[in-house]
Design a protein around this ligand. Structure first.
Ligand SMILES: Cc1ncc(COP(=O)(O)O)c(C=O)c1O
Length: 395
C-alpha cells in the first residue's frame, strides 16, 4: 500500500513550499533576519559572532577531542529558530523537509528531486552502500578512510577493495583508477579525508571523477570541505548538476555544530535519490534539525566565523604536534590532525582520558601508533597539549 506521507515527501507541492518558504522569516521575526546581501551580513556579524563563544562544555570537564565535532555550538539563529518551534513538534516535518530540499537545490544548482535529506549524512552513506549492494559490484576506496560507506557495505556482503594511501598519506587516485574494473560497483572518496585530513587537488579530482563516473557511480563525502583553506575550490557539485552518476554528501554535524541535532543531505541523480527513499529506511527527518538547518544556512556571519575558528584550531593542533616533535599527516584541512604517537594509540587514548582528554584509540587498525585529535576550545587544546606532553615524554 502506498504511504501518503511518502508521496508528499517526494513530490513537493507548491503550496507546502510556499507555506514554509518563510522559515527564514521565523528568524526574522525574532530580530534575526536572513542576510540577503553582504551589508546586512556585516550588520549581523558582531551580535552573531559575540554569542558564539564557549557554550557549556562537557559537565565532567573532559575535553572531547575524539569526534570531530564543532566545540563552539550551533548558530544563535539556529538556536532561536528551534526555540520558537518547540510547540510544533507534534507534527511530522514533511513540508519543512521540502522547504529545506528546495533551499539546498537552489544553493547547489540542482533539481529538488536530486536532493535527499536525512538525519545527519550517515544515513546517506549507508543508503548508498545498500544501493550498491542491491545493484551488485564491489566498492573501491582508500585504506584509512571514513567507515560510513565501507563498513555498511561489508556488513551487507559487498566486497570493499581498499587501495593503500600514498607515501604522504593521501588518496592514491591512480591506484583507485587502476582498480576500477568489471566487478566494480562504485567508488567512495572522502575529501578532506577522515582521519588524515588530506585533500585531493581539485583539478586532479575532477579529472578522476570525469573518468571514473563514466564507468561507475562515484560518492564524494564532503563532510569537512567547508573548512578547507581553498574552499569552495574542492567542491564537486558540478558533476551532479551535469547529470553524472556522482553523489556529494554534506552534513550539518561539523561546521554548523549540529552533531547531536542531526541533519545532512546528499545530492545525486534523481533516480538514485528516489530509489534510496523508496526503501523506507531513511525515515522522516527531525523537525528541529530542519528548522536549525534552514536558519544556519542564512547565518553567513556564523559560517565565516566557524570556518576561521576551525582553521585556527587545526593550526593550534599542528603547533602542538610540532612542539611534541611528532609527525602528522601533512596539510590537514578538516578540524582535526592525524598524528604519529610513537606508542600504541589505545594505550595513549586511555592515558589521555585519565588526564581528562578524550581522543581516538584503536580505530584504524592499519596504523596502531597513530591517532586523530580534533579541535576543542582553546583551553581544551592546551589541556590536550599538556597531557600529551607528559605521556609522550615518559615513553
Ligand atoms: C567523513 C564523514 N562523513 C560523514 C560523517 C557522518 O556524520 P553525520 O552522520 O553526523 O552527518 C562523518 C562523521 O564524523 C564523517 O567524518
Amino acid at each position: 500500500m502506498k504511504n501518503p506521507d511518502y508521496d508528499q515527501l517526494i513530490s513537493p507541492s507548491r503550496r507546502n513550499l510556499m507555506k514554509f518558504a518563510g522559515v527564514g522569516a521565523l528568524g526574522a521575526a525574532a530580530g534575526l533576519a536572513a542576510c540577503s546581501d553582504s551589508a546586512s551580513a556585516a550588520a549581523t556579524t558582531p551580535a552573531t559572532a559575540a554569542n558564539v563563544t564557549a557554550p557549556a562544555v562537557n559537565p565532567d570537564g573532559i575535553a572531547i577531542m575524539s569526534a570531530n565535532e564543532n566545540p563552539y555550538g550551533p548558530s544563535p539563529m539556529a538556536v532561536a529558530a528551534m526555540s520558537k518551534e518547540l510547540n510544533n513538534l507534534n507534527r511530522y516535518a514533511y513540508p519543512l523537509t521540502q522547504a529545506f530540499a528546495a533551499k539546498i537545490a537552489e544553493r547547489e544548482g540542482v533539481a529538488v528531486e536530486q536532493v535527499l535529506v536525512t538525519n545527519g549524512s550517515s544515513p546517506i552513506l549507508a543508503a548508498f552502500s545498500d544501493y550498491v549492494n542491491a545493484k551488485g559490484g564491489e566498492i573501491v576506496t582508500s585504506a584509512i578512510t571514513y567507515e560510513g560507506v565501507p563498513r555498511v557495505a561489508e556488513q551487507a556482503g559487498t566486497k570493499v577493495v581498499y587501495m593503500p594511501l600514498t607515501q604522504d598519506l593521501g588518496y592514491d587516485l591512480e591506484a583507485i583508477s587502476a582498480a576500477i574494473g568489471p566487478n566494480t560497483g562504485a567508488v567512495y572518496i572522502c575529501n578532506p579525508n577522515n582521519p588524515t585530513g588530506r585533500t585531493i587537488e581539485p583539478a586532479k579530482l575532477k579529472a578522476f571523477i570525469e573518468d571514473a563516473s563514466s564507468k561507475v557511480p562515484v560518492f564524494i563525502d564532503e563532510a569537512y570541505m567547508d573548512m578547507a583553506d581553498d574552499y569552495p575550490a574542492g567542491v564537486m557539485t558540478e558533476f551532479v548538476a551535469a547529470g553524472k552518476p556522482v553523489i556529494v554528501a554534506r552534513t550539518f554535524s561539523k561546521i554548523y555544530a549540529m552533531a547531536g541535532q542531526r541533519l545532512g543531505y546528499g545530492i545525486m541523480p534523481a533516480d538514485m535519490a528516489m530509489s534510496m527513499r523508496k526503501t523506507g529506511r531513511l525515515s522522516a527527518v527531525n523537525h528541529l534539525g530542519l528548522v536549525a538547518g534552514i536558519a544556519s544556512l542564512d547565518d553567513t556571519a556564523y559560517f565565516n566565523d566557524m570556518r576561521l575558528k576551525m582553521i585556527k584550531g587545526r593550526e593550534k593542533l599542528i603547533a602542538m604536534a610540532n612542539d611534541l616533535g611528532r609527525p602528522y599527516a601533512p596539510n590537514p584541512q578538516g578540524n582535526f590532525i592525524y598524528m604519529d604517537l610513537g606508542m600504541n594509540n589505545q594505550e595513549f587514548a586511555d592515558k589521555m582520558l585519565a588526564k581528562g582528554v578524550k581522543v581516538v584509540g584503536s580505530r584504524w587498525s592499519e596504523k596502531p601508533e597513530w591517532t586523530r585529535i580534533c579541535v576543542g576550545l582553546d583551553h581544551e587544546i592546551e589541556k590536550c597539549h599538556a597531557a600529551a606532553k607528559e605521556i609522550l615524554t615518559a615513553i
